[in-house]
Design a protein around this ligand. Sequence first.
Ligand SMILES: [Fe+2]
Length: 571
Amino acid sequence: MPQSLAVSPVVPGLAAGNIPVILPAVQGTLMKSTQTPEPLMGISSRTNVDRRDWNRMALALALSPWLTPAARAQSLSSAAGAAQGPRWQADPFSLGVASGQPQPGSVVLWTRLRITEADAALNSQSISVVCEVFADAALRQPVRQWRVQTDAARAHSVHVVASGLQAGRPYWYRFVCGSAISPVGRARTSPAANDAVDRLRIALASCQHYEQGYFSAHREMAQRDLDLVLFVGDYIYESSNPQYMLRKHEGGVPKQLDEYRDRHAQYKTDADLRACHAAHTWLMTWDDHEVVNDYANDLDRNFSDPKVFLRRRAAAYQAYFEHMPVRLGPDPAQPSQMRIHDRLAWGQLADVWTLDCRQYRNHQACPDPNRGGGRVVVGCDALADPARSMLGMAQEQWFTEGLTRSTRRWKLVAQSTQMSSSGVNTPLGRSAFTDGWDGYPQARARLLATVADAGLSNVVMLGGDVHMNVAAQLRVQANDERSPVVASEIVTTSITSRGLGEKLLAQIRDSNPDIVHARSDERGYTLLDVRPEGISAEFRTTSNPALAEGVFKAQAKLAIRSGLAGVHKEG
Ligand SMILES: [Fe+2]
C-alpha cells in the first residue's frame, strides 16, 4: 500500500498573497533580510522609461559580470560598509542572480557566493552581503537595501524577500560583498490584486538536460518582453545518457548534498540560463530529475528503504532551495519536505497555480518488481482506485478549493507533466504510462469533474516533462465526444532533453483525438500572451539538438478564447 506523506505545514500567507512566515531553516538569512529595511529614496511616480529600453539595459548589465572600476566604486560607496568585507581574488558572483515568486509588494531576490580555491579561507566564515534595489535600469534611483549574513551551512546562498515595493512594476537589483559586485538583475512585482490588468506575458519552459544541448532557448527568452518565466520542472538532471552528449556533467550521479550543490552550480555556468534569470522573474515548480528519475513520494526506482531515500530527497531539496529564487526552504522539522506549491494572482486577469506532482503522490501503480518507477502497462486494475492521487489528497483539496473560489478571469495551472491522455489503443487494451497523469486517471477525472461541476470555462493546464509540444482538449472522459471539453492544455517541449520517436508519437496522435497538436522533434519553449478576451500560445522551437547558436521559429500557434473551453490551432 503506498505511503503518503502529509503536505508540509501550510503557510496561509502564500495562498492569500501575503509574505509568508519564514520557516526556521531559512530564518538566519531571511529574517535579517527583512529586518526594518531602510528606504533610501522614494520611487518617483514620474519614472516612465520605455519597457523595451528597460529590457535592453537590464540585459546588457546582466551579461557584464563585472562593472567598470568607476561603477564599482560608486556601488561600494552606496552600499554602506560593504567595502569592509572580503577582498576577493576571484568573482564570487559567477552563478549570477535571480528573482522569483513575486507578490504585489515584494519579490524574492537570490544569489549564491561561489567561493573558489583562491578565496578558500572564506569558506568557513559568516559573510555579509548587501542587496541593493533600484527603481531604474541606470541604477541612479536607489530604493532600498538589505544586509544579510550567509555561510557554508547554506552554501553561501542569499535569499532576500525584498518587501515594501510598489505593485506591478520592474525593479533592478544587485548584490555587493566586500570588493565584489554582482551582475544586475531585473525583477518584477505582481500587480495589485484588484487591478484590471489587460496582459500577462509568460515564457513556459521545462527539461534542460545540460548534456543534451545548449540553453539557447534561455537566450531568446532573456531578450523578450515578459512578465514571468514559468519553469515546470527538470531544471537539473541527475543522470546521463551517453548516446546524447554535447557537453558533460561534472561528477557522477548526485546523491549527497555537496553533489547536488555542484550539479546545480554547473547548470548555472551556462551564460544563457544566467541571463534569463537576471532578465526575468521566475515562478517555479519541480519534477523528478531535481532528485532522481521517476521518484514518487518516498520511493525511488530501486525500491530503496524510504528512510534512506528521504535523506537523499532532503539533500536534493536543500540544494534546490539554495540555487533558486523561492521563498521557502525545506521544513526544518522534516528536512525531506519542502513546500513548492503556491498560487499567484496577476491582478484580476489570472490566478496562476504551481503544483507539486512528485512529493505527495501515490507510488506508481503496477510497477515492474525489478525496476520501479513508471512503465507502460495494459490492464492494470490499480489505476481504477479512487484513493490514488498525483498531488496527494491535501494538496488536491487545497487546489480544488482555490480553483472553485477563484474570481479571476483565467485559471492557469502550472504543473509538471501532460494531463491529457497519451495512451495507445492496442489489441490487448489501452496502454497507460504509469508515471504521468494516465497513471492517476481517477485523480485526473476528479479534478476535471470539479472544473465541470463548478462551471469554470477558463481553466488552462500548463505542463512540461514529456519533451514535446502538446495542445489538447481536456474532458472528464478523455477522447469521448459525448463528454464536453472542460479545460484546455498547453504542454511545452524541452529546452534540450531529447524527445520521443515519431513512430510512437504517431500512435499517440492516432489514439487520442483530444490532442490538437503534438510534436516531439524540436526543442524550445512556449510563449503565452494572456489577455482578458483570450490566450495565444506560440511554440518557439529550434531543431534537435539545441545548439549554442540555435535559431528559434514558431512551430505552431494556438488560441484559447475566454468563456469557451478548448484550444484551437491558428493558421
Ligand atoms: Fe524531463
